[in-house]
Design a protein around this ligand. Structure first.
Ligand SMILES: Cc1cc2nc3c(=O)[nH]c(=O)nc-3n(C[C@H](O)[C@H](O)[C@H](O)COP(=O)(O)OP(=O)(O)OC[C@H]3O[C@@H](n4cnc5c(N)ncnc54)[C@H](O)[C@@H]3O)c2cc1C
Length: 467
């Protein structure tokens, strides 16, 4: 089988890794090329290491949850278990900036009662959650509508909207509860109440927040190593067309690679341009997926210049009118992110609240991030180091109609046997979901592999032809 994977974010890397491993186990030759447009693999998962500092420009952690065993499985297969680190116990403590002050975000009925984030009526309404109305039949609710129905308008506005902006850089009034937070819908369906479901989940054991001691680069480097010469960086694909009963992936300079199967592991917007001449209808369907932009500004301060930064960090309520969506106390979360005597904060800015922010220059972003930290944290000092990464299409927005768009795209894809899609644009925006979708795409390719003829080329032969 000859396969081209386009895109070496974690989804594409995982897909390539699974294909190579399976071919090896089955003693079957495989011609694999993983094309990456950038000079480095990993996509959004990118770690900067500088003496004393470890700065994640994209994801900094992933949830270890029973519903996504694929990540844990991959970590085990790669022999990386000893490199996994768990977030500090204090990371459970999260705050929300509301009315200019940091307030503890409630995470249980007890902390809800003590929290200053809601008034008395708002708290009582949350506690009435088990008796909430059922979902209206035949309507796809937004996250905001779902939250209003279950826990009331005050909590929806002050807690949920801020959390959604922090997690997905999106707008709770546009995102679909079913597509963006399917777990909440499942909890409602299975337990009839979110509070009851949370209690049941607590009994089942906690969901852990994990990372690697050397950052996400640990996983990316391990996958890169396994792929070896099959991974071709700085090789953007330009288009895909049918050729000789299979596929031809066009590269710069008129070169192309032939394959029986192609897995597009790029964001949907990029996949849309890759299939533009092959199938304009599929291209239009993929082009309808929306993304939000994010600017990540990491700032290091002397610890003497900051208050005690304990906990995960804070989210920002929309009414605060800030560019900042949330701040992560990176050096409190994971050991080894900043040298002794320094702290590291990551400020996430922009999103759908302020889409223009991602286009600002780096000095301006640093200045705005610094200014917006001064109020809630009282930090007046200049940062000793700053890192900025702008992601114009950072996170796919699973807005109302998302599931329908995914289904429509997959139906159109059926016209093109051998062509597949994976990545965080479709079935989950998280790091873990992206990995799971890459592994699943590889499994589909293996399941559909009925090639009986002798393989035309081994990996090195194909890779050689692309260089
Ligand atoms: C700032 C930020 C913070 C985040 N934090 C978290 C977090 O803490 N926890 C969490 O679970 N998730 C987080 N996420 C989400 C997580 O990063 C993503 O779910 C995941 O990394 C997506 O992986 P992917 O492989 O699907 O896509 P991508 O990372 O987008 O990779 C796609 C790859 O395709 C390549 N490509 C595109 N077009 C072409 C082409 N024509 N030819 C060749 N290559 C091409 C790109 O260069 C890229 O490398 C965060 C995201 C961002 C942006």
């Amino acid at each position: 089988m000859r396969v081209v994977v386009v895109g070496a974010g974690v989804a594409g890397l995982a897909a390539g890794y699974r294909l190579l491993g399976a071919a090896k186990r089955m003693g079957r030759p495989l011609g694999l090329v993983v094309l990456e447009g950038e000079p480095y693999p990993g996509g959004h998962a990118r770690t900067i290491r500088e003496p004393g500092f470890l700065v994640e420009t994209g994801p900094d952690a992933f949830l270890d949850r029973p519903r996504e065993p694929q990540v844990r499985g991959l970590v085990r297969e790669l022999g990386l278990e000893a490199r996994v680190v768990e977030a500090s116990a204090a990371s459970r403590r999260r705050s929300i900036l509301l009315d200019g002050r940091l307030r503890r975000a409630p995470d249980s009925p007890l902390t809800l009662l003590a929290s200053e984030a809601l008034g008395v009526a708002g708290k009582l309404r949350v506690l009435m959650e088990p008796w909430a109305h059922e979902a209206p039949a035949g309507v796809e609710e937004t996250v905001f509508e779902f939250a209003c129905r279950r826990i009331g308008a005050e909590a929806a506005e002050r807690l949920v909207d801020a959390a959604v902006a922090g997690v997905s850089a999106g707008d709770s009034r546009r995102l679909s509860i079913e597509a963006a937070f399917p777990l909440l819908k499942e909890m409602e369906r299975d337990h009839g109440s979110l509070l009851r479901a949370m209690a049941a989940r607590r009994r089942e054991g906690k969901v852990r927040l994990l990372a690697f001691d050397g950052g996400m680069a640990v996983l990316v480097d391990a996958l890169r190593q396994r792929l070896g010469p099959a991974l071709c960086t700085s090789r953007p694909a330009r288009g895909i067309d049918r050729a000789r009963g299979g596929w031809e992936v066009g590269l710069d300079g008129g070169e192309s690679i032939a394959a029986e199967r192609v897995i597009l592991a790029t964001p949907a917007s990029r996949a849309a341009s890759l299939v533009a001449s092959l199938d304009p209808e599929l291209s239009a369907s993929l082009g309808a997926f929306r993304f939000s932009g994010l600017a990540m500004v990491a700032l290091a301060f002397p610890s003497s210049a900051t208050p005690r930064l304990d906990g995960y960090g804070y989210l920002v309520g929309a009414a605060e009118g800030l560019d900042t969506l949330g701040v992560v106390f990176e050096s409190s979360l994971f050991h080894g992110r900043a040298p002794q005597g320094a702290v590291l904060l990551r400020v996430m800015m922009g999103g759908t609240r302020r889409p223009e922010v991602v286009a600002l220059g780096e000095p301006e972003l640093v200045e705005r991030a610094r200014r917006e930290l001064a109020g809630p944290l009282g930090i007046r000092a200049k940062p000793v180091r700053a890192w900025v990464r702008r992601w114009p299409a950072a996170i796919a927005q699973y807005e109302v109609g998302h599931r329908g768009r995914v289904e429509a795209s997959r139906r159109l894809l059926e016209r093109h046997p051998g062509l597949d899609l994976c990545g965080a644009s479709y079935d989950g925006i998280s790091f873990g979901s992206a990995i799971a979708s890459g592994l699943a795409a590889a499994e589909r390719a293996l399941a559909a592999d009925h090639v009986t003829e002798p393989p035309i080329s081994l990996a090195h032969a194909i890779v050689g032809s692309t260089r």
